[in-house]
Design a protein around this ligand. Structure first.
Ligand code: MRU
Length: 364
């Protein structure tokens, strides 16, 4: 499937490239990230978007920015690195993968500094940061593949599946989270019929999910967000699959605005609602969905951004939250790369993370 070879973030030699998702579906254009300001702009304007892809971009971006730090000794280098980290971290607040990846890059640098105390080599540190960014990308690809295999065990051939926003291959290192089982099912002749919510206001469903699935030859039907209820009532949907930007310790999950409404509808119609959440998106330090910071974006995105002329009167008040929180009680199961988690989430998510940590330290 060609679409799976379209990476949202890639290196060409030492050039850092990002697929400009704001130009899709019309044009497949990669833009070069030359410095921290370019990276901030790419994340802020959703040229690179989707929680795992933001994490991957931030990791490579930290490597690139670190390679441009001129100061010599380790404490000056670290001080400068932490300033850049804070700046990149201020680009978008909700997806925890951004902060998770930035923390991993900081940890990597600190280990390198600790190992070579007294004889700090800037070149070696930068090399280590590149290796860590590569690991983050590869681990995400593996996690997405594993979530696809696990997710597929919950689905049956011929099912109608509804999805919201874009949790596909270009939102991750490869495969996607919620779309990963759909790609694997497609390879294995499952014949899914997918309904993609357009996902206003930024149209990730229309511009990105419909584009990805159509390219992969999946039977995809694009609907406006307000059509989901009718499509469910008609009996055309047997499962809902969505991604996640941050899952709190109690299983409340923040995802693209409109997700919670889809979950409430799914409950009403007796349709299972599956949230695909790599462990890098589970934030046990956030207790409940109430504690998740929800990004609010420029209201012009609602009335103007994708239109030839304004679709709302000039000066009208707007409210444009980019995410909402689906309460845990509406989530039938959480699919992670380490296993499928069922309620009670407060206990079962923590147990999964602890098992995963123990497994990781056994491997080392
Ligand atoms: O604003 P976006 O496009 O970055 O929002 C993306 C989503 O809400 C996705 O569903 C989520 O990040 C999971 S992507 C695998």
């Amino acid at each position: 499937m060609d679409v799976l070879n379209i990476a949202p973030v890639r290196l060409e030699g030492k050039k850092l490239l990002v697929l400009d998702q704001t130009q899709l579906p019309g044009r497949e254009v990669y833009i070069e990230i030359n410095n921290k300001e370019d990276l901030f702009d790419a994340i802020f304007h959703l040229k690179v978007r989707g929680a795992p892809a933001i994490g991957v971009a931030a990791a490579y971006g930290m490597w690139l920015a670190a390679s441009q730090i001129s100061s010599g000794d380790s404490s000056e280098f670290l001080e400068e690195f932490l300033k850049i980290k804070q700046y990149i971290g201020s680009s978008r607040p909700t997806a925890v993968n951004l902060f998770w990846a930035l923390d991993r890059m900081e940890g990597c640098l600190k280990i390198e500094i600790g190992k070579n105390y007294g004889e700090f080599s800037r070149e070696k540190a930068v090399d280590q940061l590149l290796s860590e960014a590569e690991r983050i990308r590869i681990e995400d690809e593996e996690a997405c593949r594993a979530m696809g295999e696990l997710g597929l065990t919950l689905l049956r051939p011929g099912m109608g599946i509804l999805t919201h926003c874009n949790a596909g291959t270009i939102a991750t290192a490869k495969y996607g989270t919620a779309l990963s089982p759909i790609y694997l099912g497609q390879e294995r002749g499952y014949g899914f019929r997918v309904f993609a919510d357009e996902t206003r206001p930024l149209l990730q469903g229309a511009r990105l999910t419909a584009w990805e699935l159509q390219k992969a030859g999946v039977d995809v039907t694009l609907i406006c967000d307000n059509m989901a209820s009718l499509v469910m009532k008609n009996g055309w949907v047997q499962a809902v699959v969505v991604g996640c930007d941050r899952m709190a310790a109690n299983g409340d999950g923040a995802n693209k605005i409109g997700t919670s409404g889809v979950a409430i509808l799914a409950k009403e119609y007796g349709i299972p609602f599956y949230m695909f959440v790599p462990t890098s998106t589970i934030d046990l330090s956030t207790k409940t969905g109430e504690d998740i910071v929800i990004e609010e974006r420029n209201g012009k995105e609602i009335g103007e951004l994708w239109y030839e002329k304004p679709m709302a009167p000039a000066g009208v008040k707007t409210y444009n939250p980019a995410f909402d929180v689906t309460p845990a009680k509406y989530i039938t199961a959480v699919i992670t790369e380490k296993g499928i988690v069922k309620p009670p989430y407060s206990e079962n998510l923590a147990a999964l993370i602890n098992r995963a940590k123990a497994g990781d330290s056994d491997e080392k």
